[in-house]
Design a protein around this ligand. Structure first.
Ligand SMILES: N[C@@H](CCC(=O)N[C@@H](CS)C(=O)NCC(=O)O)C(=O)O
Length: 235
């Protein structure tokens, strides 16, 4: 069993609450138009973006389609690749959820302190998504026999990824990088929501350091406020 890094003594305020003048000047948009985030009324791939926007204190419109028909009839054709999440900034629509997160992270200085470290961060987020793909493939499959095979494969693969991620947290004093928060911690905490919802158990239950990190991120003031007020959804 891994040692558990105790984050309880660490306090973390949301970005822009630190009083650092440079941080106050950072901004996503060049106008006073609020960015618009388009997605379904679920956590899914939008949740890491929502977490990051709240953490960075970026006001945005959280546009959630009432149902699939609304998506098809009113939105799909207007999206760059006919998929969401999409973040519209100053009237321009940007797609691919990881690229959007990384862009926010760059502007708000939540990436690495060197380009190589930023590369490692990006790769780790790709690892999360390689793991998520096993869960998504199982979830999307309709054929009962194939679905049970995909479930077996998923359950077989999850410990490999989770043990690797857990070790990183131990090596990095409670976070994924350097004993301090980065976009990777916020991203992971957001994306593991949909995975846990599909699994119908807490993805992090057998990994105390990942669990402690996610608890820590979800208790950061603005993220907590968002979680307390967001719509309750099954996914
Ligand atoms: N690679 C894209 C995938 C986006 C994606 O798969 N979006 C799904 C929802 S999670 C979607 O828009 N589905 C509706 C459709 O394809 O009509 C990303 O990471 O943002």
């Amino acid at each position: 069993m891994n040692e558990i890094v105790d984050l309880s003594s660490k306090t973390c305020r949301s970005k822009n609450e630190t009083g650092n003048k440079n941080e106050m000047q950072l901004q996503l948009s060049n106008s006073n138009q609020k960015p618009k985030l388009y997605y379904f009324n679920v956590t899914g791939l939008a949740e890491p973006i929502r977490y990051l926007l709240h953490y960075c204190n970026i006001e945005f419109e959280d546009i959630r389609f009432a149902d699939f028909d609304e998506w098809i009839n009113n939105y799909k054709n207007d999206m760059p690749m006919e998929q969401v999440p999409v973040l519209e900034i100053d009237g321009v629509k940007y797609h691919q959820h990881k690229s959007i997160c990384e862009y926010i992270a760059k502007i708000y200085r939540l990436c690495g302190s060197t380009e190589k470290e930023s590369l490692e961060m990006s790769a780790l987020v790709d690892d999360f998504n390689d793991m998520r793909a096993y869960v998504a493939n199982y979830y999307k499959e309709d054929d009962a026999i194939f679905k049970s095979k995909l479930k077996e494969r998923m359950e077989d693969k999850l410990p490999f990824f989770m043990n690797k991620f857990e070790s990183r947290i131990v090596e990095n004093r409670g976070f994924f990088f350097n004993g301090k928060i980065s976009w990777v911690d916020i991203y992971y905490s957001g994306v593991c929501e949909v995975i846990s919802n599909i699994l119908q158990r807490d993805l992090n239950e057998a990994h105390p350091n990942l669990k402690s990190l996610v608890d820590y991120v979800r208790k950061i003031d603005r993220i907590k406020k968002y979680i307390d007020l967001r719509p309750q959804t099954p996914l």
